[in-house]
Design a protein around this ligand. Structure first.
Ligand code: SAH
Length: 213
């Protein structure tokens, strides 16, 4: 039953709407989204929308997870920094597709729940930290990829500084209520190149280089 809904999700919400990266499609076919939502939402876990996960936060819409992941062009050997663990669903997809995932969340109860689910699923390439993710994870830098799953007012420069040369960051940038997904690339000479992708709506990134509460 759930298997069937997962298959339909991948076909109708992802393939038919333009996701083409086979590795992304296969990771999203494998990770079961219903394990990451509130118990009361299991029936709607494969719906085409974000869902509330507690503390006023959300698990992103499957299509948005796929778009952000595809944007990062993961090949398997990347060290990835994720800001906003939330439910841990995006974290699992990244752990399937890269080498190591360093994930930061500012709300410890959310990260604890995510950690429990991810441990049960036997991921051993995910490392957790609770703090303001806008300052990044200096001791573990540089990262080949950075993904910010909350909305920033500007491109967070401290995170950009923690990218390798040739590294890329996917980050929603805009107002509190509507943003543009940006792909930020660190070029050969260390400069910033920015490409605009799709419109999106994320909960706010709260912290030093984000919004104040
Ligand atoms: N990828 C997650 C998205 C969760 S919503 C999922 O699909 O489940 C965004 C998350 O970012 C929230 O859990 C929120 O608490 C977190 N967040 C917001 N500002 C943050 C910051 N400065 N550092 C770390 N996490 C932050």
């Amino acid at each position: 039953m759930i298997d069937e809904r997962l298959k339909i999700m991948v076909k109708q919400q992802l393939k038919q709407r333009g996701i083409v990266d086979e590795r992304v499609l296969s990771a999203m076919s494998k990770v079961e989204r219903h394990l990451f939502v509130n118990k009361s939402d299991i029936d709607v876990a494969y719906d085409d929308r974000p869902l509330v996960i507690g503390c006023g936060q959300t698990i992103s819409q499957p299509l948005m997870v796929a778009i952000m992941t595809e944007t990062l062009a993961l090949e398997g050997n990347e060290k990835i920094l994720e800001i906003g663990t939330g439910s841990g669903y995006q974290t699992a997809i990244l752990a399937e597709l890269g080498k190591e995932v360093y994930t930061i969340e500012r709300i410890s109860s959310l990260q604890n729940d995510a950690k429990n689910v991810l441990k049960k699923l036997n991921y051993n390439n995910i490392f957790f930290k609770v703090c303001d993710g806008t300052i990044g994870w200096d001791e573990k830098a540089p990262f080949n990829r950075i993904i910010v799953t909350a909305a920033a007012p500007e491109i967070p420069l401290r995170l950009f500084n923690q990218l390798t040369i040739g590294g890329m960051m996917a980050v929603p940038v805009g107002s509190r209520y509507s943003q543009e997904l940006k792909l930020v690339i660190k070029t050969e000479n260390g400069e910033m190149k920015v490409e605009n992708r799709s419109r999106c709506i994320f909960v706010p990134l709260i912290g030093e280089e984000g919004w104040s509460k």
